[in-house]
Design a protein. Structure first.
Length: 345
């Protein structure tokens, strides 16, 4: 179907646009009262993720309520370890917990390379329902976690400041780590290809814990697998967002992908030099800037847009929007991107 608003896809491909497209990581979620209302009517986060009609509804809310230029399918990166055999629980105000973790080689052998239709059909159904309901208004982003970030949760069993158990494995059991990473990668490739078949217009890979690795480990245990994923998705634009991996930007410039996400620590001009001219950059306002008053949000937004320039940029935050952000401040950011970026042309 012909998209009515294809700014985001055109910018991803490096084409000129009338203004800079904008969306927010974690836009489908806790900042909107309308999301919390749907969530409160259900038993919890997992029921929402696993019920395609509800997942589609909250995916579309930010398009209607915030005016973003793309929707991102409501799901979680943790559905992949679950499909492979490690179920997760989402504990209110604590985050995810895995009752069973990976400790031995036998644990890895017992994990499945999941079949997307059989084990993740609810996400594919949510994508199909969302596409129909969006009716071409904006493109739909599919996503998965990068293999290293998924490994980190599988080993650690929860979030962590240091992920020291996961990092320890890279030193003490590197062959085991590679075996697990390859299994996660194989599952992720099949899953992302199925998302594209179901209707996702672009794929984003979230390497949320990239920044905890030393550069050499990043090359060996993360980049290598992200490269396999990019190479397996030749027909769709791919965004790689590796939080904290400033040391890998030059290598990201060589990936077979269209967009590189920047977090708010990354210097925009230096990142452009490292990545090179052939990728679109996405980001990177500090999510905390949205706690300030409207005048400050507008000023910071203008500064960010000027640093990126009008071409090959998709506006976003430097990480997911924080849950206690006032939606009116999010709208101020989105409107400011639209206004200033049109004037810059
Ligand atoms: C690391 C990570 C996870 N999940 C995700 C990442 C990568 C992005 C990032 O780095 O922020 C990705 C994710 N999680 C969610 C989305 C939905 C789409 C979107 O709006 O971007 C996406 C893209 C929904 C969610 N995933 C989660 C919520 C909040 C739970 C709720 O509504 O009760 C939502 C809306 C829960 C979740 N899920 C995860 C954690 C650590 C938590 C708890 C902390 C938190 O709330 O952020 C794992």
């Amino acid at each position: 179907m012909q998209l009515k608003n294809d700014l985001f896809l055109r910018a991803a491909r490096g084409e000129k646009t009338e203004r800079t497209p904008v969306w927010l990581m974690r836009q489908a979620g806790r900042i909107l009262p309308e999301y919390r209302a749907v969530r409160a009517s259900l038993s919890g986060f997992k029921e929402l993720v696993e019920t395609p009609e509800f997942a589609a509804e909250v995916t579309i809310q930010p398009v209607d309520l915030l005016g973003v230029d793309a929707a991102i399918i409501f799901s979680d990166i943790l559905v992949v370890p679950e499909a492979m055999g490690l179920t997760y629980e989402m504990v209110e105000s604590r985050g995810p917990i895995f009752p069973k973790t990976v400790k031995t080689e036998k644990d890895i052998d017992q994990l499945l390379v999941a079949d997307p239709e059989e084990h993740l059909g609810y996400v594919l159904d949510a994508i199909k329902i969302t596409k129909k309901a969006l009716n071409g208004r904006v493109p739909l982003i599919g996503f998965a976690g990068a293999p290293f970030t998924i490994l980190a949760y599988m080993i650690e069993g929860s979030g962590s400041k240091t992920f020291s158990q996961a990092r320890k494995m890279l030193y003490t059991e590197p062959a085991m780590a590679h075996k697990l990473l390859q299994k996660i990668t194989n599952t992720t490739i099949a899953y992302l290809q199925a998302q594209v078949t179901a209707g996702a217009n672009l794929i984003q890979i979230f390497d949320s814990w990239a920044g905890i690795l030393p550069p050499a480990h990043y090359q060996e245990f993360s980049y290598k697998y992200i490269k396999q994923i990019c190479d397996a998705l030749p027909d769709v634009p791919v965004t790689v967002f590796a939080k904290g991996a400033f040391f890998a930007l030059e290598d990201f410039g060589k990936l077979n992908c269209s967009v590189i996400g920047l977090d708010w620590n990354m210097n925009i001009a230096e990142s452009r030099k490292l990545v090179g001219p052939n990728k679109t950059l996405q980001g990177n306002l500090d999510p905390c800037a949205l706690y300030s008053d409207f005048a400050t949000i507008r000023k910071e937004t203008k500064k960010m847009l000027e640093a990126f320039g009008p071409d090959r940029h998709i506006a976003n935050l430097g990480h997911g929007v924080y849950p206690d952000t006032n939606p009116d401040h999010v709208r101020c950011y989105i409107d400011a991107v639209k206004e200033f970026s049109a004037q810059m042309r």
